[in-house]
Design a protein around this ligand. Structure first.
Ligand SMILES: Nc1ncnc2c1ncn2[C@@H]1O[C@H](COP(=O)(O)OP(=O)(O)OP(=O)(O)O)[C@@H](O)[C@H]1O
Ligand SMILES: [Mg+2]
Length: 355
């Protein structure tokens, strides 16, 4: 049995607006589960419903099979970390973390034992007596994390905890959060709209749009095997191939004509790193087609290079790994190889076409 299960959750605000539409997810014990989606898609609404701050319009939420419907927030065994640090400025780090325990009437000696442990876990042990104002954004966010963890919750909810931090700190702290979560072995639901962050730290990702679940799967499944056009374009980047004669020819060479004919209005896409510039061509045991284009832009990034190639299939972005070793062309005419498996098709309804 899943640890947490949300079944057919629907949340309406007012008469007409539906923020969650029939959302069903289950989270396993010890799992790092991420809700990923654009602003306004319902991530916070779902998280708040799990925490008990929102009442669902219909559907149910259960932990270990026990329905939470009538359990108030403070009786749920759930820790929550918010987007803004929400630390008390007049309390020391220690007092901030002890706050929730005091509210729960935990004995003083127990507090003296548990708070240092939680601070140790988030590497703030040495700063227990400081006031938050004298700490960096990353350190303040870790106070929030310690505060959520000190009540020994069975489930940790984190709503964009890193969004106020700079890029470098985000990467460091996301690794820490992941390590700490695995160390204590609790289930976590993490909200972000940053796809790279989601791919990096999650066991599974639930991609949401417009209040519903688009796709749920491991990072590899979400990135490598997107089931909808929305997921393919929200997670990673895609080249949508321009409809026309060149595309018809390409699909023919790749043995995809039939799939195209049976899906009027289909969109065919290729990820930039799956296009092969002919100079680095490898033997592949599958249908492939070669197209000719002209390099219109070359961006060298060290580890990789981004080429913009003008072709009959539209302006294609191609990512080449290790450009110094592959000596990729920076200008002029190039040949681009398209393999069958690199091309993903989506029907007019946005759903992936099986081929
Ligand atoms: N209390 C409320 N009353 C009315 N509408 C609300 C309320 N709370 C949220 N909404 C609406 O529900 C939708 C989903 O909001 P939610 O906060 O869940 O989005 P989100 O995915 O967390 O977005 P973000 O990434 O910007 O935080 C939005 O359109 C929002 O305006
Ligand atoms: Mg939100």
């Amino acid at each position: 049995m899943a640890y947490l299960s949300v079944a057919n959750a629907t949340k309406r605000f007012g008469e007409t607006f539906t923020a969650l539409k029939d959302v069903s997810i289950s989270v396993e014990r010890g799992e790092f589960f991420t809700l990923l989606g654009p602003s306004g898609c319902g991530k916070t609404t779902l998280l708040r419903s799990i925490a008990g701050f929102n009442q669902l319009t219909s559907g149910s939420i259960a932990i270990e099979g026990r329905d939470l419907g009538s359990v108030p927030p403070h009786k749920r065994d759930i820790g929550m970390v918010f987007q803004d640090y929400a630390v008390f400025p007049h309390l020391t780090v220690f007092e901030n973390v002890a706050f929730g325990l005091k509210a729960r009437k935990v004995a003083r000696d127990e507090i003296a034992r548990r708070v240092p442990k939680a601070l140790e876990a988030v590497r703030l042990g040495a700063l227990a007596e400081r006031l938050p104002a004298a700490m960096s954004g990353g350190q303040q966010q870790r106070i929030g994390l310690a505060r959520a963890m000190v009540i020994n919750p069975q489930l940790l909810l984190m709503d964009e905890p890193l969004s106020n931090l700079d890029a470098k700190l985000r990467v460091e702290l996301r690794e820490e959060i992941r390590d700490i979560q695995k160390q204590i072995g609790i289930a976590a639901i993490y909200v972000t709209h940053d796809q790279e962050e989601a791919l990096a730290i999650s066991d599974r990702i639930c991609v949401m749009s417009n209040g519903h679940v688009e796709q749920l799967g491991t990072p590899q499944e979400i990135y490598g095997n997107p089931q909808t056009l929305f997921v393919a374009s929200f997670v990673g980047t895609i080249n949508a191939l321009k409809p026309g004669e060149a595309l018809t020819r390409l699909l023919g060479q790749l043995d995809l004509t039939n799939a195209d004919n049976t899906h009027p209005g289909a969109t065919w896409v290729v990820r930039p790193e799956n296009l092969i510039v002919a100079s680095e061509r490898a033997e592949v045991g599958e249908p492939q087609a070669e197209i000719t284009g002209t390099v219109s832009k070359y961006t060298y990034l060290g580890r990789e290079a981004h080429l913009q190639i003008h072709s009959d299939l539209g302006d294609l972005v191609v990512h080449v790994a290790n450009p110094d070793r592959t000596a990729v062309q920076r200008e002029g005419e190039v040949k681009v190889v398209v393999t069958r498996s690199a091309v993903l098709g989506f029907g007019a309804d946005g759903k992936r076409i099986g081929v």
